[in-house]
Design a protein around this ligand. Structure first.
Ligand code: ADP
Ligand code: ASP
Ligand code: MG
Length: 453
C-alpha cells in the first residue's frame, strides 16, 4: 500500500488535476490511498472569509464559483459536489449573519470545506476513470485530535481507528488532508500546510510501503526554487536532514510530516505532479552514499522571527537560571527554536511571538529582557556538514563580504544543521549568496533515488 498526497496546485489546476488522477490510476496495483489538499487559493479564501465579517457574503459565493468553475474546466459534473454546495450554503447563512470574528471551532469547520470539496472532485474523476473510489473526511475516518482548533494534535489510538475505516479497499479512499475531528465530533485543522502531515499519519497508521508527496517542485531542492531559480533537486536525504529543512522553512513539507514516517521507518518521496518522470527526492533513515555525507545539501529560511535575550549577572556561576527561563516559555506554550547562551545571558528565537507579551513580566523578574523582531533564521543542512573544518569560517566570510550581519549562531545538536539569525531584509540575499558560495548550484554526482542503494 502507498499513500499519494496531492497539494493545492496539483489538484487546483485542471491540467495537473488530470495528471494527478491518471497517476493514481496508473498506480492501482500498488494499492494507493489518496490524500488531497484544497484547490490552490481556496484555503486563503476561507481564511479571509473567517476573518472579515463584511466580506463573508461575497466570499462565500466565490467559494462556490471557484469549485463550480473548476469542475466545469476539469470536465466533471457539478452533481459530484452538489451536496457539499448545499451544506456550504446552509452553513454560510449562519456565518454571514454573524458580524463578529468566528469562534475557533466554527473557523475550522469552515476551513475544512476546502479539502472536502477537493476530495469529492478527485474521487469523482477516479470513478470516471473506472476506479471505484470514495471521498473520506479524515476526522470521520478516525483521525482524532485534541481541541486545539487551528493547530490540533493527533490523539493516541488513531492507527487502529484508521486501519478499521480505511483498511478494506476497494473502493479507493480519497482522504481530506489538513483536517481531523475531536472525539466529540468537532472538525479540527492541523495547521497551514498540514495535508503533508495527514498523509504521513495515514501512511504510518496503515503501514504504507511509501508516502509520496506530489507537489509543484521536482523534489526537496537545495533551496526554495522561487528564491533561487538555479536550485537543484536533492536526490537523497535522511529523515533528520529533511525534518530540519521542513522545520526551518522548506515549505514543500509541513514540519511535522516526517515524525510519523520516521517512527515507522517509511520512506517519503517528494515528486513533481507535472513531471512524474523526474526521480524526485527520496527521504529515508540514511542520508545517502557515505562519501557525500559531509556535503551541504540544502539551505532553508524562516522569516518573521523574534529573538528574546534575558541577561542577568546573577546567572554567573548560578544554577537553575536556564531552567527558570524555560519554565516560563513552557508555561506560556512558547516554542523556542534556536538557543545560545553566554556567562550572563541567554538568547532564544521564537517564530510565534503572539504569546510573548504575557510572558514578558515573568522574564523581567529573572533578568533584563531585550526583544528584537524582524529577524530570520537561515539553516544550512547536510549530514556532517557543520563538523566540516572550515565550513563555518567560509560561510561567515561570505556573509561578512556583503555586509550581512549575523545576530546569533547555533550548531544544531543533530549534527546536520548550522543555523544563524540575520535581519529579515538580508535573508534572501544570504540564501542566494550561500547557495552559490557553497557550490549548491553545481551538479551532485548522481545517486540513484531508489531504495536499492
Ligand atoms: P503543495 O500545495 O503541493 O503542498 P506548497 O506550496 O505547500 O505545495 O509547497 C511547495 C513549494 O514549496 C514550492 O513551490 C516551493 O516554492 C516551496 N519550497 C520551499 N523550499 C523548498 C525546497 N527546499 N524544495 C522544494 N520546494 C521548496
Ligand atoms: N489547504 C491547507 C493549506 O492551504 C492545507 C495544505 O495545503 O496542506 O494550508
Ligand atoms: Mg503544502
Amino acid at each position: 500500500m502507498i499513500v499519494m498526497k496531492f497539494g493545492g496546485t496539483s489538484v487546483g489546476i485542471p491540467a495537473h488535476f488530470d495528471l494527478a488522477t491518471r497517476l493514481v490510476a496508473g498506480a492501482v496495483q500498488r494499492d494507493p490511498i489518496v490524500v488531497v489538499s484544497a484547490l490552490s487559493g481556496v484555503t486563503n479564501l476561507l481564511v479571509e472569509l473567517a476573518r472579515d465579517p463584511a466580506a463573508r457574503p461575497q466570499l462565500s459565493k466565490r467559494v462556490i464559483e471557484r469549485h463550480e468553475t473548476f469542475a466545469a474546466a476539469a470536465g466533471l459534473s457539478i452533481g459530484s459536489i452538489a451536496e457539499l454546495i448545499e451544506e456550504w450554503q446552509f452553513a454560510a447563512l449562519e456565518w454571514c449573519a454573524d458580524d463578529a470574528p468566528l469562534r475557533a471551532e466554527q473557523r475550522d469547520q469552515l476551513l475544512a470545506f476546502g479539502e472536502r470539496f477537493a476530495a469529492a472532485l478527485f474521487a469523482e474523476r477516479l470513478r470516471e476513470l473506472g476506479i471505484p473510489a470514495r471521498a473520506v473526511h479524515a476526522g470521520e475516518a478516525g483521525l482524532l485530535t485534541d481541541d486545539r482548533f487551528g493547530a490540533a494534535h493527533p490523539l493516541e489510538g488513531n492507527a487502529s481507528r484508521l486501519q478499521a475505516s480505511l483498511g478494506s479497499r476497494p473502493p479507493l479512499p480519497v482522504v481530506t488532508g489538513f483536517i481531523g475531528a475531536t472525539p466529540g465530533g468537532w472538525t479540527t485543522t492541523l495547521g497551514r500546510g498540514g495535508s503533508d502531515y495527514s498523509a504521513a499519519l495515514i501512511g504510518a497508521a496503515l503501514g504504507a510501503e511509501e508516502i509520496q508527496i506530489w507537489t509543484d517542485a521536482p523534489g526537496l531542492m537545495s533551496a526554495d526554487p522561487r528564491l533561487v531559480p538555479e536550485a537543484r533537486t536533492v536526490p537523497r536525504l535522511s529523515f533528520t536532514e529533511a525534518s530540519e529543512l521542513a522545520y526551518f522553512g522548506a515549505r514543500v513539507l509541513h514540519p511535522k510530516t516526517l515524525l510519523p514516517a520516521m517512527e515507522q521507518g517509511i520512506p517519503v518521496r517528494v515528486l513533481h505532479t507535472a513531471r512524474p518522470e523526474d526521480p524526485g527526492s527520496l527521504i529515508t533513515p540514511e542520508s545517502g552514499a557515505p562519501d557525500s555525507s559531509w556535503r551541504v545539501k540544502s539551505i532553508a529560511c524562516k522569516k518573521g522571527i523574534t529573538a528574546v535575550t534575558v541577561a542577568s549577572t546573577r546567572m554567573l556561576l548560578a544554577h537553575g537560571f536556564l531552567a527558570r527561563v524555560f519554565e516560563v516559555f513552557g508555561r506560556h506554550h512558547i516554542v523556542v527554536d534556536l538557543v545560545t547562551t553566554s556567562e550572563v545571558s541567554i538568547s532564544v528565537t521564537v517564530d510565534d511571538a503572539s504569546r510573548l507579551a504575557a510572558a514578558l513580566p515573568e522574564l523581567e523578574a529573572i533578568g533584563r529582557v531585550e526583544v528584537r523582531s524582524g529577524l530570520a533564521v537561515v539553516a544550512v543542512v547536510g549530514e556532517g556538514a557543520p563538523q566540516k573544518i572550515g565550513l563555518a569560517g567560509h560561510l561567515f566570510t561570505l556573509l561578512g563580504g556583503v555586509g550581512v550581519g549575523v545576530e546569533m549562531i547555533s550548531q544544531g545538536a543533530s549534527r546536520v544543521n548550522l543555523s544563524f539569525v540575520v535581519r529579515d531584509e538580508d535573508a534572501d540575499k544570504a540564501v542566494r549568496l550561500l547557495h552559490r558560495g557553497l557550490g549548491l548550484d553545481i551538479e551532485v554526482p548522481a545517486e540513484p533515488a531508489s531504495l536499492a542503494t
